[in-house]
Design a protein around this ligand. Structure first.
Ligand SMILES: NC(=O)c1ccc[n+]([C@@H]2O[C@H](COP(=O)([O-])OP(=O)(O)OC[C@H]3O[C@@H](n4cnc5c(N)ncnc54)[C@H](O)[C@@H]3O)[C@@H](O)[C@H]2O)c1
Length: 262
């Protein structure tokens, strides 16, 4: 029996939102796996820190992913440097909050601009990165696109656990995260017969020193009785980037401690 290759060493992976809370953890993980991460983010200072820390295992681009022309320049630069892309992780996201300008804002008053901005970054940004960077894939071997959704792309946020905490995500977040699942299925079908697999990871809330009362309520709704840690997501990422998932496309891996299963 020939064992498939779980190794992602020397693979070139584009990661958007690379300087965010989870993005940084993914960069660490990919570097430990021997992959090279092409880090895209809008935050210049944090990208510079990342470059200093990870040196040659990363390449960084300060780009707003809603700007197609800037993404095309990155694509061109990668080609110029003869860097072929094996994977793309669409992880960047805008603000995920119902606190607008310091005020807790309900659905009825949620500003149209905030709705548009969230859709633009999370959903349109994912669309644009798929559209532009698919041209950097090597068509002779399998490439992997991982679109990051959320449990809130699958089920509604339970308003009862959030109260006035302001930790609740917006209607735009629900729309964009379920939209990402639809876009993923569309692309999986569109590229059928081509060597591109497109899948989703839907994580639950990641622990980040949130208000203890909120954490308690969140955990009560989770079968495995804790919030997620960043390293809970590493296995799904490695699996989807490796050849073990080469018969998988259009699917969603939910990493949520059972939250969406009752
Ligand atoms: N943290 C969680 O609990 C959780 C749970 C489920 C899903 N997710 C998803 O995981 C992903 C990462 O979450 P996170 O907590 O690290 O978020 P984060 O807010 O810490 O990071 C988002 C990153 O995206 C970057 N970004 C924002 N707008 C951009 C733009 N226009 N162009 C380029 N980069 C831009 C930001 O600078 C930031 O570095 C998101 O898609 C999020 O929805 C997070």
């Amino acid at each position: 029996m020939k064992i498939k290759d779980y190794d992602i060493k020397n693979k070139n992976i584009i990661l958007t939102g690379a300087t965010g809370k989870l993005g940084l953890e993914y960069v660490k993980f990919l570097s430990l796996c021997g992959a090279k991460t092409i880090c895209i983010d809008i935050n210049k200072d944090k990208l510079e820190d990342l470059k200093k820390k990870f040196k040659d295992t990363v390449k960084t681009y300060q780009v707003d992913i809603t700007n197609k022309n800037l993404l095309l320049e990155v694509s061109k630069d990668l080609k110029k440097n003869k860097i072929e892309i094996d994977g793309l992780i669409n992880n960047a996201a805008g603000k995920q909050t119902t606190i607008i300008d310091g005020i807790l804002t309900n659905f009825e008053n949620y500003p149209l601009d905030s709705w548009k901005e969230e859709l633009d970054i999370d959903l349109t940004g994912t669309f644009l990165c798929c559209q532009v960077f698919c041209k950097n894939f090597n068509t002779d071997k399998m490439s992997s696109i991982i679109n990051i959704s959320s449990t809130y792309g699958l089920v509604a946020a339970d308003q009862r656990i959030y109260g006035e905490s302001g930790l609740n995500s917006s209607a735009a977040y629900a729309a964009t995260k379920s939209g990402i699942i639809g876009l993923t299925k569309y692309l999986a079908s569109y590229w059928q017969g081509k060597k591109i697999k497109v899948n989703v990871i839907a994580p639950a809330g990641v622990y980040n020193n949130q208000d203890p009362e909120f954490v308690k309520k969140y955990i009560e709704k989770t079968m495995l009785k804790r919030m997620a840690n960043p390293d809970d997501l590493f296995g799904a990422i490695r699996y989807l980037l490796s050849s073990y998932s080469d018969f998988m496309t259009g699917s969603t891996i939910t990493v949520d401690g059972g939250w969406t299963s009752w």
